[in-house]
Design a protein around this ligand. Structure first.
Ligand code: NAD
Length: 497
């Protein structure tokens, strides 16, 4: 009997009564790991009702107690770090080191969630008129939901529910159907850390289940991370249903290389940030923009990139794992072919990559193109594989114009020894996260994850202060107390004097 992956409802792992189940495979071997349910909507309805009643109690729990739950959860996640990372490696194929990083970035958000009180402080103005004060209260929304992608099964759910719940909400998580196992384990551990049942529930599924959440009148806010078409759909549908929405989408991240940069750092960082995690990172560098004579380094870049090998998750010698599915691999191979047909120079082609002992895996070797222009599909599409395209420009101004003309705005970096060039770049670039001699500038959780333009639909971003604002509402009170109403009494009179 094949392993049926459970939902996590009302504090328990519950096997769905679903009639439709989807195979979940290990991308390194394509062995079956289990089957994920397309949860019937009446089961999701039950979860939402449980969440509503749990939230009514939870919002009255003292904020320091809510914060303490996060401290206990953080401790437990650290204790089980290896166990979670191993599970995550199996369902994504990520190397163990990468999987541990995925979990760790999530743990850091849980730490930040324990500081929720300082981000929930309202504002006060005394004497807005005679004897009248105004002050604001920050209150939770109710039941919120999250819809997450395959590529960070721990970090991205942990961007969402710890902050939402610390702020006093209940949360329903619909993880990617390609990686459902880590999400359930995160929820079990949250429960083990002492979370009341139904504050965090996990329901599996695809579009039907997401649509049910997006249109449900009890869901107040929707956090989404995934591809561009889905982000646009989620944003349009959920806002049409009057929900608050933050939708993080795809990307095309450029690294600008100035000729005065440290060459060894450039090459080392370009290799790691483009092919690391098989390029399946929304902040991966997928375009290198060489300014002036920096283009002479492309030959050395190709030589270094050729040394990088993908392989099995527990092999410490390998740099990255497989692509998530055979379909994802085929899509990238077709894009590589389009690059060749459209006239780019393919300096390294990873299409025929094989890994010993795992012939069925969705492997792709590092792939490098030079002579790329902005009309080519390999420039226009988010490839989401271990593929780097190189573009040559004449000046920093040309590089800035190129990046700003690209519709995405998730991350970018500049490598240079010039403070003036770096400052001009950080000031003029229309991208929400900028690295200066840092290839993948993902902010730590006391800041927020601030993608711009085509990489983000919404207003308030993930984690940090913005996330607390996203999961809460502001109430402004105007209060007047009349002196005449102060009761007479000896003690009180003495105090007033
Ligand atoms: P995806 O859009 O295919 O799926 C994401 C989620 O949406 C899944 O839970 C899926 O079940 C659901 N979904 C898919 N199609 C749907 C539909 N038609 N209606 C309703 N729900 C639907 O994305 P993915 O392939 O899992 O993830 C990779 C993408 O995520 C890449 O584009 C990557 O750049 C992006 N991403 C962005 C960020 C960011 O912060 N900007 C972070 C990580 C990943």
């Amino acid at each position: 009997m094949m392993n049926k992956i459970a939902n996590f409802i009302d504090g328990n792992a519950v096997v769905s009564r679903a009639s439709e189940w989807i195979d979940v495979t290990n991308p390194a071997t394509n062995d079956l790991l289990g089957m994920v349910p397309m949860t019937p909507t009446d089961e999701i309805q039950g979860a939402i009702e449980q969440a509503l009643s749990a939230q009514m109690h939870w919002k009255e729990v003292a904020i320091s107690e809510r914060a303490r739950l996060m401290l206990r959860y953080q401790h437990l996640l650290k204790e089980r770090h290896d166990e979670i990372a191993t599970l995550l490696s199996k369902e994504t194929g990520k190397t163990l080191a990468d999987a541990k990083g995925d979990v760790w970035r999530g743990i850091e958000v849980v730490e930040q969630a324990a500081n929720v009180a300082s981000n929930m402080m309202g504002e006060t103005v005394e004497n807005v008129a005679t004897d009248i004060d105004s002050y604001s209260l920050i209150q939770p929304l109710g039941v919120c939901c999250g819809i997450t992608p395959f590529n960070f099964p721990a970090m991205i759910p942990l961007w969402m529910f710890p902050i939402a719940i610390a702020a006093g909400n209940a949360f329903i998580l619909k993880p990617s159907e390609q990686v459902p196992l880590t999400a359930v384990r995160l929820a079990e551990l949250f429960h083990e850390a002492g979370a009341p049942p139904s504050l965090l529930q996990v329901v599996h599924g695809g579009k039907v289940q997401v649509d049910f959440l997006l249109s449900h009148q009890a869901i107040q806010a929707v956090s989404f991370v995934g591809s561009v078409p889905t982000a646009q759909y989620i944003y349009q549908t959920a806002t049409a249903n009057h929900k608050r929405v933050q939708a993080f989408a795809g990307a095309k991240n450029h690294m600008v290389v100035m000729p005065d940069a440290n060459k060894a750092q450039v090459i080392n960082n370009l290799v790691g940030s483009s092919v690391g995690a098989a390029g399946q990172r929304c902040m991966a560098i997928s375009v290198a923009v060489f300014v002036g004579s920096a283009k002479e380094w492309i030959v050395e870049l190709a030589a270094e990139m050729a040394k990088i090998k993908p392989g099995l998750w527990d092999d410490p010698e390998v740099a990255y794992g497989p692509l998530i599915s055979q379909q994802a691999k085929l899509r990238v191979v077709n894009l590589i072919e389009s690059g060749k047909k459209q006239g780019a120079y393919c300096l390294l082609d990873g299409s025929d990559c094989m890994v010993e002992g795992a012939p069925q895996g969705n492997w792709l070797g590092p792939t490098l193109f030079s002579g790329v222009n902005t009309d080519m599909e390999i420039y226009q599409q988010e490839i989401f594989g271990p593929v780097l395209v190189c573009i040559e420009v004449g000046s920093l101004d040309d590089a800035i114009a190129l990046v700003n003309a690209n519709p995405y705005g998730n991350g970018t970096s500049i490598f240079t020894a010039s403070g003036a060039a770096a400052r001009k770049y950080q000031h003029q670039i229309l991208v929400g996260q900028v690295g200066i001699n840092v290839p993948i500038p993902v902010p730590l959780p006391f800041f927020s994850f601030t993608g711009w333009r085509g990489s983000f639909y919404g207003d308030l971003h993930a984690y940090g202060k913005q996330a607390v604002r996203f999961y809460t509402e502001t109430k402004t009170v105007t209060a007047r107390w009349f002196d005449d109403d102060i009761p007479d009494g000896p003690n009180l009179t003495i105090q007033l004097r």
